[in-house]
Ligand binder design. Structure first.
Ligand code: ATP
Ligand code: MG
Length: 280
């Protein structure tokens, strides 16, 4: 049965989608894993869908009107004909890649209309958990890429997950999303005290030059982590142009042309530590 991990931070642009996609590729395609991975794009901005498929292929998927994560949240919507449609989770799943030896990446894509679900949250928080319950046995790892704002979707992600992974960029204002996340998790735990949600840890992303600002931000984050008893990954993900390049091309860092091997090795180190933290 799959371990389910949500990538979350209430601050935007910290690398949630980039890390989701690269972790998926790592565990599906790296020779000693070859796992079956499902990525759930829970962000109305659909970055993970674009990163996995490449921008052009993603456009085609929208044209084909494939059911998306939106349909999972809107499944009880009453149609003009007066019927409520129920979407099957399997119908929302698209194949991204099959790797020789058994590794697989599948995706439940997102689309902009997802934002509409936020306007009418109703009793939607448990729908994701329910939808994933159905397909959980088909995967080893399910990664949920969250949006950077607190909403019904955050609650849905928490309810569906065993672990949270929190990427942080060591830069000015990096600590801004963390107190929000602390509150958000505390609210959640107060409301659902029967749900065991663990924190896999905080990972520093896009580190570059150990500038005074970077060092200072890192210290601030570490202090906050210590106060809350949060694990901070010892592996850190380096800044590399290969990440945005891969995003454009629909490739992981290790398949991007000109990607430096040491960057790919850095990411692999983090992925191995992640595997230990979430008991893969
Ligand atoms: N390690 C890295 N090195 C260089 N660029 C990176 C790195 N990680 C992420 N980026 C780039 O930073 C930008 C933001 O990354 P990403 O989209 O993964 O963040 P996010 O947290 O998912 O953002 P959002 O909150 O909008 O969902 C992207 O252009 C991405 O390519
Ligand atoms: Mg994102």
């Amino acid at each position: 049965m799959a371990t389910i991990v949500s990538l979350i931070n209430m601050k935007g642009g910290v690398g949630k989608s980039t890390i989701t996609v690269n972790l998926a590729w790592h565990f599906a395609a790296y020779y000693n894993w070859l796992m079956k991975i499902l990525v759930v794009d829970l962000d109305p901005q659909f970055n993970a869908s674009q990163y996995l498929f490449g921008v052009d292929r993603y456009e085609k998927i929208l044209e084909d009107d494939n059911p998306t994560i939106w349909d999972i949240f809107e499944q009880f919507t009453v149609t003009p004909a007066g019927r409520s449609t129920i979407v099957d989770t399997y119908d929302t799943i698209l194949k991204v890649a099959s790797i020789r030896g058994g590794g697989e990446i599948d995706l439940i894509p997102s689309r902009l209309e997802m934002a509409l679900s936020l306007k009418n949250p109703g009793q939607k928080a448990r729908l994701l958990e329910k939808a994933l319950q159905k397909v959980k046995n088909d995967y080893d790892l399910i990664l949920i890429d969250c949006a950077p704002t607190e909403s019904i979707l955050t609650e849905a992600a928490y309810l569906a997950s065993n672990y949270l992974l929190v990427p942080v960029r060591p830069e000015f204002l990096s600590t801004i999303g963390l107190p929000l996340l602390v509150n958000s998790m505390e609210d959640f735990r107060a409301q659902y005290d029967d749900h065991d949600l663990k924190l896999a840890g905080i990972v520093f992303n896009a580190i570059s030059d150990y500038s005074p600002e970077e060092i200072r931000s890192r210290e601030e984050v570490k202090k906050l982590a210590k106060k809350n008893g949060w694990y901070v990954f010892s592996a850190e993900i380096k800044y590399s142009r290969s990440y945005p390049k891969g995003a454009r091309e629909g490739k992981p860092i290790f398949r991007t042309s000109y990607s430096r091997t040491d960057q790919a090795i850095r990411f692999r180190k983090f992925a191995e530590e992640f595997a230990e933290r979430v008991n893969l």
